[in-house]
Design a protein around this ligand. Structure first.
Ligand code: IVH
Length: 667
């Protein structure tokens, strides 16, 4: 096929998959298959630059970071919403509207109020030309370069079902889901970077980057919910407008529905408030909008908010309680984190008894003291935090809180690097650091030693059975049996998990070492770079380290310093002499099964299921426990039943264990 034709075709196919994934929420291909198409397009575009088009799905990140934000004036101001604090105020809103419209019944579009960042997108002739933040409502910042990186925002509107309008200004909210936020913060933590306070701050910070390649790495989502100017198409109702948005390929919140009168409003509001914790993103209330545009026009607007809409506020997820104590926790890098121990208090479905105070700067800024009554806030998944001190309730003789100058555990001096807010214990043998390092080494993304969690590690270190990572591999069953909470079976089980963990990969082992700034992702890059050789990795120079993609000067130095410390080298050596083996399969990093989804069913004879699943992962595939139309292969062991039947119904390729072994070894 001629390259121009194929490029056009691939762009259409990829855009269509984006639509199915982001708008319909019904992907029909796996991530791996998507990547293959994407790479084909990238490669064709590279070798045929005449077909360059900045709306191509490959053109999300611009060439250069910008130097400053321009302002963009909104052609229609982006108004705010008036608030209803309780059900009575929601009823008054409905009554007011019925009175002005001289009717006794009104239909409303009921929507979740997303706790993100308001933005406006502008499409001219179907092409995304501008994007801006809400700003002060009249003008916002031009963040086109960053909005383009959000994969769910189409760079071109779909025109399969309805023609695109001449101009479409559409408003919506950029946000980060709870799961993506917690993953993002985990990543930040693993890389020893500062944590984001909540999803909204993370979303706002991500959108206000000068360099779009940073924004592109942040898990931003968007739902569109209002019109600015629309030229070339008119709508009678809001719901019809939202339907058109979906057809144009723009994501619209599936929880939006039509409700009738104040009873409908209140039911929706109460239901959403009750299910608030199950919704995968943060919402801070509901929004009710008169559905009929004619009625909207008749209701009009006040200076800052329309009369045709109202925001229903959820009850505050805040509470007051007393700081009984401030404890200092020591992390694996020696960081001292002050944690407020609170009088337990119930906030939005959970009892809160701790709140992080981050560091001394934060304590100083809010002047938090032991004995203070504080207002605390819990936003979804976010660690509870102290909003402010209720000064009037402060006990007379309280004093300012200062972090200790000596580690509260080992009494070693505490240091603070220039420009860092974090204080650290300088003693790498501090028992808390040792425990935290062992715990990290055993954690899921690292060696994944089932049964060696926080409590057991604490116990074994306190009993003198563990004192370093490598000591795990000298544990003996006889030492465990006599301990509290251990018996014959549990000791055997733990010994079994330790034994199984010994066959490991470079990336899991290196991530487990807990080198500062070396997270799971970077460990994988290093694995690829050093082709699984720890020896090559540990003897590398700073200059060479810096040449690796993804390794900057700071990380290079951290790695170099880690290996310059003889006790680290000895510890790693001890792991190897006690049986840890880095699996050096030739197939590591092969992408033979890239994106393929496997389901295992029945009993396998030669491999255990976990090993088989790991093999799939090593080769770039994924495994799933249930069969769907996205499944690529079903591996059937003996006794396979219903899943096998389903696979046949769906016409999915079924293979035996031997065929699977053949595929991964020779295929
Ligand atoms: S409609 C005039 N719908 O809430 C109508 N806004 O206080 C204005 N928001 O700045 C917007 N979810 O950022 C609308 N479903 C939703 C919303 C929503 C969140 C935000 C938006 C706006 C603020 C209004």
């Amino acid at each position: 096929m001629n390259p121009g034709k194929r490029i056009t075709e691939l762009r259409a196919i990829i855009n269509d998959h984006n639509y199915k994934y982001y708008v319909l929420d019904q992907p029909v291909i796996s991530d791996g298959e998507y990547d293959i198409l994407f790479r084909e397009l990238e490669s064709l575009e590279r070798s045929n630059p005449v077909f360059f088009n900045d709306s191509s799905p490959t053109q999300r990140i611009g060439v250069e970071p910008i130097t400053a934000f321009d302002n963009i004036e909104h052609s229609i101001p982006m108004l705010s919403l008036a608030n209803a604090m309780d059900n009575n105020e929601l009823t008054s809103f409905h009554e007011r509207s019925t009175k002005i419209l001289e009717t006794d019944s009104i239909l409303y579009a009921a929507e979740p109020k997303l706790d993100g960042l308001g933005v406006e997108l502008v499409y001219s002739n179907g092409k995304l030309t501008h994007g801006s933040t809400r700003g002060d409502g009249f003008k916002g910042e031009d963040v086109t370069h960053n909005l383009r990186t959000i994969r769910s925002i189409p760079l071109r509107l779909r025109e399969k079902e309805i023609p695109v309008p001449l101009v479409l200004e559409v408003r919506g909210e950029v946000f980060i889901s709870k799961k993506d936020f917690s993953d993002l913060n985990k990543k930040q933590e693993n890389e020893d970077r500062p944590l984001f306070a909540n999803p909204r701050n993370a979303a706002a910070g991500s959108l206000r980057q000068l360099d779009p390649s940073i924004t592109a790495r942040r898990p931003l989502s968007i739902y569109l919910y209002e019109a600015g100017i629309v030229e070339g198409k008119t709508f009678k109702t809001h719901i019809a407008f939202l339907e058109a948005l979906r057809m144009w390929g723009l994501p619209v919140n599936p929880l939006i529905k039509i409700v009738k009168d104040d009873s409908g409003i209140i039911n929706y509001h109460n239901e959403l408030e009750e299910s608030r914790n199950e919704i995968p993103y943060e919402i801070d209330g509901t929004v009710f909008k008169v559905n009929d545009y004619d009625q909207r026009n008749r209701l009009g607007a006040r200076s800052r908010s329309p009369r045709w809409a109202i925001a229903g506020k959820f009850k505050a997820q805040r509470a007051t309680t007393i700081v009984k104590d401030i404890e200092i926790q020591i992390g694996r890098t020696g960081a001292l984190t002050p944690v407020a121990k609170l009088d337990p208090v119930f906030v939005s479905g959970v009892t809160v008894s701790n709140a992080t105070l981050h560091n001394q700067d934060e304590i100083d800024r809010k002047d938090i003291r032991i004995g203070d009554t504080v207002l605390i806030e819990r936003a979804g998944d976010v660690i509870p935090k102290v909003v402010k001190v209720i000064i009037e309730k402060r006990p007379k003789n309280s004093s300012q809180f200062k972090l200790p100058r000596k580690c509260p555990v080992c009494k070693h001096g505490v240091y603070q690097l220039d420009g860092e807010a974090i204080s650290r214990c300088g003693n790498t043998s501090c028992i808390k650091q040792v425990k935290a390092r062992i715990e990290h080494f055993c954690s899921k993304g690292a060696m994944d030693i089932d049964g060696l969690g926080e409590k057991v590690v604490d116990q074994l270190v306190d009993e003198g059975l563990l004192d370093s990572i490598s000591s795990i591999f000298s544990l003996k069953k006889e030492q465990l049996i006599s301990l509290d909470r251990f018996g014959e079976r549990s000791s055997e089980k733990l010994m079994g998990s330790i034994e199984r963990s010994k066959d490991t990969s470079f990336s899991k082992f290196v991530y487990g070492l807990g080198i500062r700034n070396v997270g799971e992702h970077l460990s994988r890059l290093l694995e690829r770079n050093y082709n699984c050789s720890i020896n090559r990795f540990r003897t590398e120079s700073i200059d060479e380290l810096e040449k690796i993609e993804g390794v900057g000067p700071i990380v290079a130095r951290e790695i170099f310093e880690f290996w310059s410390n003889q006790s680290n080298c000895d510890m790693v050596e001890d792991c190897f002499s006690r049986g840890v083996t880095i699996q050096k399969q030739n197939d590591t990093w092969s992408d033979k099964l890239e994106g393929k989804i496997f389901v295992f069913t029945g009993t396998l004879q030669k491999l255990n299921r976990k090993n088989a699943q790991e093999k799939v992962q090593i080769l770039g595939g994924r495994h799933s426990s249930s069969i769907s139309k996205n499944t690529d292969f079903v591996v059937a062991g003996t006794g396979a039943g219903t899943k096998l039947k389903k696979a046949k119904q769906l016409d999915i390729q079924v293979m035996s264990e031997d065929e699977f072994l053949d595929l991964i070894n020779n295929g």
